[in-house]
Write a protein that binds this ligand. Sequence first.
Ligand code: FAD
Length: 495
Amino acid sequence: MQVGLKIKQVKTRTPSIVVQAVTEEDVAVTVKFAKEHGLKLTVKSGGHSYAGYCLNHGGIVLDISSMNKVSIDHENMTVSIQGGAVWKDAYSLLKEKDLSLMMIGGQCPTVGVSAFLLGAGLSPFSRRYGLGIDNLLEMTIITANGEKVTVTHDDIDPAKRDLFWAIRGGGGGNFGVTVNVKTKLHNLRDPNGTVVCGELTWNLPKQEADFKAMMNIWNTTTWPEEVCADAIWRYDDKNQLQGQMTIIYNGKMSQCLKDLAPLFDFNPDNGLKAMHWTDWEVIDASFDVFSQVYYHHGSFIFAEGGITPKVTAIITQLMEEAKMLVPDSSPNSASECHILWDHIGGATAKLKPEDTAFPWRDGVYVATVRAQWVDPALHKRMFEFVDRAKELLLPYSIQGKAAYINYIDSTVENWQEAYYADNYPRLQRVKSHWDPTNFFQFEQSIEPVGHKRTHHRKKPWEKLTPPTPQQLGNPKTKNHVYATNAHIRRSMLSN
Ligand SMILES: Cc1cc2nc3c(=O)[nH]c(=O)nc-3n(C[C@H](O)[C@H](O)[C@H](O)COP(=O)(O)OP(=O)(O)OC[C@H]3O[C@@H](n4cnc5c(N)ncnc54)[C@H](O)[C@@H]3O)c2cc1C
């Protein structure tokens, strides 16, 4: 089963059973069975949870990735997407039907649509059209009772309206299994559907003065909603530190160059190209199923003006420290550290913190410090590096605590406040109504009011030590993954 092997986790979770659902009925039956027998159950769609929360140890993983149909209603400008689809399934339909249409999805084609939306959903087009959840019209869920319920903004039943509020930013794995979503379609600004994508690059430290001056302009300017610029500090294939702006521009090249003119004064290497959005997401497909790296990250949400000279200096210092830890951080090496600032704001700031479960509406940059490595001897130092990055950067985030639920991080202690701020108590009340026994749970799941975490009935296999990444080996093909998985499972059962 590939989900267990996708990223070497320091803590490996090995479920006992994987159910591959094909219909909504399969989902309902599996949920009822697990509940009746006191078994853990987690849902897996795209398998991209940063903390591996689509897995559990000793229970059932409900893999719904075969439920991936997508249909477009052009007349009503909506798209209906089954709960197990990944963005690639949806974008490929745009390619087939009409490239001037856009849905508010992510840059990585293999991220699951449902969980992306449940966790708010940042898209390069969010500055113009809002977050994924701001475009959500309806969601169909199999609840903890195995019942199917469809919720919308306009439900008369207050409990359903509350659930619709909660699933917009509450995060995956909390309220039930999403089996279908309906969301808005938009027309891109250019009727031919071209957008501008690519990188503006500064080589550091050689162009440090230019980069710093550009950052200052960047940070103090209000940019048009058509501009999405993600700032990233990383090492290139010659192991040279670069400061980059990854631009996704909703419009033609001529207008893009006009809108971004203030940045061109600072001599970037210009890698911008006009293309269709679907071509960019293919280029960005970097998350390899067979990746064998260890991984840790921190996430922060910053307000407008958050990339101050002081913060830029901290980031540069952290990147220098990263090079001491991972001397070869080039893309050729599986080890790397980078710091990325996703750009939102604009339309995403038009709602109030209490309008949806995602509270950080004043957020303009969603930042991540990401570290990955292959040598187990580096575990301690890499974790310490990310901790230090958090210590240095968190004070500059909104209220000194804001983090992004979709970049979920098992090491955030006060995660209730970091992900949900003042919305957590209401989320607990919704959970109490729809899942009073806390059936859907994981380390950072929303708890019903007054609920103490329960331990599921222990199964014999739960006492076994999970296999280490070394035991998992380094499978090169899908068949090898399946064979390795079957071998692990057989040896666990025969113990
Ligand atoms: C390479 C990469 C790029 C990313 N890019 C973006 C981005 O551009 N914007 C953004 O906002 N986020 C982004 N993310 C974060 C991503 O949205 C979240 O990690 C999301 O939770 C992944 O969903 P999944 O289905 O792929 O993962 P999974 O691991 O399958 O699921 C994630 C969580 O949701 C639960 N879940 C999955 N499916 C369902 C369902 N149908 N019903 C209920 N619960 C479910 C799982 O149990 C688990 O807890 C990215 C992540 C990665 C790794």
